[in-house]
Ligand binder design. Structure first.
Ligand code: SF4
Length: 513
């Protein structure tokens, strides 16, 4: 492979560009627009760069990851087993952007442009830490409980950091951050928004308050805590789906089932599933708006009660009981979509439901609803747009990189984790922070988030893109110069290996499946 041999001392790589020392030994850091003047022995405003005896250094070590090969034992995720100390194998090493340093001002080549040979193809990985002014977090919170009305403001420590967006199936969604909160409001709002995003992306717990509604504590990969109560179950489905799934199992044990749900409450005898099974009408009519037979909208207001409604007395959903159809002794089950709330009633002589002990056959099906609920989790998805400095750090003609990503010729990873690339213009990515190494994120007080990002492609393509070929360094050289002081972790086998061949359908077909 024809590569430049003119690479410099990698340990001082961040000091090669622009940092200036004056007579007092103060260094000006130009790794971001803040341009801190850093005294000897001190670090800059973001605590990411420091003045080490006149040399500008990145305070966190570069993260190198190494694939665990089969013969060395079972594969384990990041940090569950320490690197065993054996020499790094170039063919199994991936240089991540964690601790790599940023590419600012924009014209600078990325801190590490690493060549390696994989599957008989010469590859290049451009490694950097992006400064993202346009970034935010999509929070998926697995709960039926109503956190707040759509578009409601979301606050952290008294500042608005985002809003409630459209709910998904079994999950409430919050959209936090974004350039407007980071840059368009008060300094305090921008700072707290940045701190909130940083904490969430680095897997820390954050307390959020939805305007006029719930308080929720979220942490990536952990159960959300809504108004002080830890959520346990993500619902099996909406009320209608729950009726459909369990209709056959209820048959013969109850005469009527109502599954209470904030969005679609289901009623067995009216539902198509009940009709197909020959379950007779019960004369029960629910409150709310009947969308289709056995499927009711708006049976109550949203809340933190049964099925994400404000219902605490489930019998309140029964509007009428037709005496010409119902009968004394009729057996009625009311349940939530998680099975956490359920009562069993029998109609008395005056056709009033009387709560009774739930027969074991019915309780078994309620338990099965619970068994089919997944554990409630909070998911933190970081979303950002790759701006000018990032792209210019890869190539002198940034549109070429944008096109190669859009055409799925270049593979984008963040700390080695696969990303979803939004279709259309620009390079807009989304990544699950739990697939990234721990503490992969930093910040600068502009304010903006700093996150690792890597672009991997064949070297022939990199040349075509007008990449910074003179700055390419072999991975062997990175290992030789930096492995003593680098942070080394096992490659997460949950993530696809960035050097696997690009399929004829492009990396999207396997990265984003
Ligand atoms: S905030 Fe950090 S990256 Fe920016 S100039 Fe200061 S030390 Fe450098």
């Amino acid at each position: 492979m024809a590569m430049s041999s003119g690479y410099k001392d990698l340990k001082n790589r961040t000091a090669e560009f622009g940092s200036k020392e004056d007579q007092d030994g103060i260094i000006r850091c130009d790794a971001c627009p803040v341009l801190c003047r850093i005294k000897p022995g001190k670090s800059g405003a973001c605590a990411r760069y420091a003045n080490d005896d006149g040399v500008l250094v990145r305070c966190d070590n570069l993260l190198l990851t190494q694939r665990v090969i089969e013969q060395q034992g079972p594969v384990v995720p990041f940090a569950e087993r320490d690197w065993d100390g054996s020499p790094l194998r170039p063919g199994d090493t991936f240089v991540t952007g964690v601790g790599a340093g940023t590419t600012y001002p924009d014209y600078k080549p990325a801190p590490f442009i690493v060549s390696a040979r994989h599957n008989d193809v010469d590859t290049v990985t451009v490694v950097t830490e992006g400064i993202f002014s346009y970034c935010g977090v999509k929070l998926k919170i697995d709960t039926d409980r109503h956190l707040g009305a759509e578009t409601s403001a979301v606050y952290c420590r008294g500042e608005q950091v985002g809003h409630v967006t459209t709910a998904e199936y079994g999950s409430q969604m919050l959209s936090l951050g974004g350039v407007r909160h980071l840059t368009g409001a008060s300094r305090k709002e921008g700072r707290i928004t940045c701190e909130t995003l940083l904490s969430l992306c680095n897997r820390q717990a954050v307390e959020l308050q939805v305007d006029g509604a719930s308080q929720v504590i979220v942490q990536a990969g952990k159960a959300p805590i809504v108004n002080g109560v830890e959520e346990q179950r993500m619902r099996v489905g909406c009320g209608s789906a729950t009726i459909g799934i369990f209709a056959r199992q209820w048959q013969g044990h109850v005469d009527e089932v109502v599954v209470i749900d904030d969005h679609i409450t289901g009623q067995l005898s009216e539902h198509q599933a009940g009709k197909c099974l020959g379950i007779p009408p019960t004369g029960i009519r629910l409150i709310g708006h009947r969308s289709t037979p056995g499927r009711y909208f708006k049976v109550a207001n949203p809340g933190t009660g049964w099925g994400g409604t404000d219902i605490s007395d489930p019998l309140g959903v029964l509007q009428t009981i037709n005496p010409d159809v119902a009968w004394p002794g009729m057996r009625l089950l009311l349940t939530s979509t998680t099975g956490e709330d359920a009562i069993y009633c029998v109609l008395d002589e005056s056709l009033q439901p009387v709560e009774s002990e739930m027969p074991s056959a019915v309780a078994r099906v309620v338990d099965r609803i619970g068994e089919n609920c997944e554990p409630s989790l909070s998911t933190v998805l970081f979303m950002a747009g790759a701006g000018g400095s990032l792209r210019a750090g890869v190539t002198q003609n940034p549109i070429c990189l944008t096109r190669s990503v859009a055409d799925a010729q270049s593979r984008v990873t963040m700390g080695g984790a696969p990303v979803y690339i939004y279709p259309g213009g620009g390079i807009t990515v989304m990544v699950d922070v739990l697939r990234m190494p721990e503490n992969a994120f930093g910040y600068v007080p502009t304010p903006a988030l700093v996150a690792p990002i890597e672009f991997t492609m064949p070297v022939s393509l990199y040349r075509q893109l007008e990449g910074h070929m003179e700055d390419v360094i072999p991975v062997e050289e990175v290992i030789a110069q930096l492995s003593d002081e680098a942070r080394i972790e096992n490659w997460s086998e949950d993530n696809p290996w960035p050097f696997r061949p690009i399929s004829k359908h492009g990396p999207r077909s396997d990265d984003q499946a």
